[in-house]
Design a protein around this ligand. Structure first.
Ligand code: SF4
Ligand code: SF4
Length: 286
């Protein structure tokens, strides 16, 4: 079972939920401890809570074009095909802008003179490790200044090979853009973490649209609940979104998380609650 944990925006407590779910499965489930994948490659922070012993990182790169000026006729076809404006042909000069290139290979394939070759361009690393609880931890780390999270997330996805019965927890990036789609694509279930506020509901609506487009069943965890927010309840009801869990707004939780503790460390009773929630999700999907 692959469960992605996402939210329409940052700061909702998505990593709090994902890490505590992983710890709960490691302690409560008879299956092997889960694989945990931190797909928030621009700002991964799950390692701060799960504290894995990380091994040496494997570099990830994309292939960027190199133009052989001796063969180039400056026809401009490469610039025309590049959707990212990463190539420009100016008179007798073909310029590549590596920081804009997405490594799609279209220019190389379409150059009529065979004047374009490709060279690897590193954009980040993938790190793997194991936590004390036996969680198989992976994270991607995008190099500072590189704009492309998606190739690293795809690489992370390729490395996921669960054992029979082993769950996979994917901690998605915040938002609803391409990196989120890359992180949650292929998940069996999506947990959407939200806050009971108008902003939280607005972002939840966007996240639900993405889940619908990808055809992934979803449920909601309401975090920092401080009284009932009727619009959120009505939205979940009318969209068939089960509310999987409610976590109250509580000073002890906020302080514990600020100190790098997980929810199950702050309140151990959540281990059983997450395990029950996980079984409800698996039962609902079988
Ligand atoms: S498509 Fe090839 S030949 Fe034409 S401008 Fe680009 S590199 Fe030069
Ligand atoms: S590889 Fe793709 S993104 Fe990069 S320059 Fe060529 S066409 Fe543009």
């Amino acid at each position: 079972m692959r469960i992605a944990v996402a939210s329409g925006k940052g700061g909702t407590g998505k990593t709090t939920i994902a890490t505590s779910l992983a710890l709960s499965l490691a302690s409560e489930s008879p299956a092997p401890p889960p694989i945990f994948v931190d797909c928030d490659v621009e700002a991964p922070n799950a390692h701060l809570f799960l504290k894995p012993r990380l091994e040496q990182g494997q570099p990830v790169g994309i292939m960027i074009p190199v133009v052989d000026e001796a063969r180039c006729t400056y026809c401009g076809k490469c610039a025309e095909v590049c959707a990212y404006h990463a190539i420009a042909v100016l008179g007798q000069k073909t310029l590549i802008f590596p920081q804009l290139c997405h490594g799609c290979g279209s220019c190389t394939a379409l150059c009529p003179e065979g004047a374009i070759s490709e060279k690897p361009d590193p954009i980040g690393v993938i790190e793997c490790g194991t936590t004390l609880e036996g969680i198989d931890f992976r994270r991607g780390l995008l190099d500072i200044g590189k704009p492309m999270a998606v190739p690293i997330i795809r690489e992370l996805q390729k490395l996921i090979e669960p054992l029979p019965g082993q769950a996979v927890i994917l901690d998605a990036p915040p938002g609803t853009s391409c990196p989120v789609v890359a992180a949650i694509r292929g998940a069996d279930y999506l947990i959407l973490v939200t806050e009971p506020t108008p902003f939280g509901l607005h972002d939840l609506r966007l996240a639900v649209q993405v889940a619908r487009e990808l055809n992934i069943p979803a449920g909601v965890i309401v975090n920092r609940e401080n009284g009932s927010y009727l619009e959120l309840e009505a939205f979940c009801r009318s969209n068939g979104l089960p509310i999987l869990m409610r976590i109250p707004f509580e000073r002890a939780i906020a302080e514990g998380i600020a100190q790098g503790k997980t929810l199950v460390e702050i309140h151990p009773e959540y281990a059983a609650a997450f395990w029950i929630m996980f079984r409800q999700i698996t039962d609902s999907q079988s």
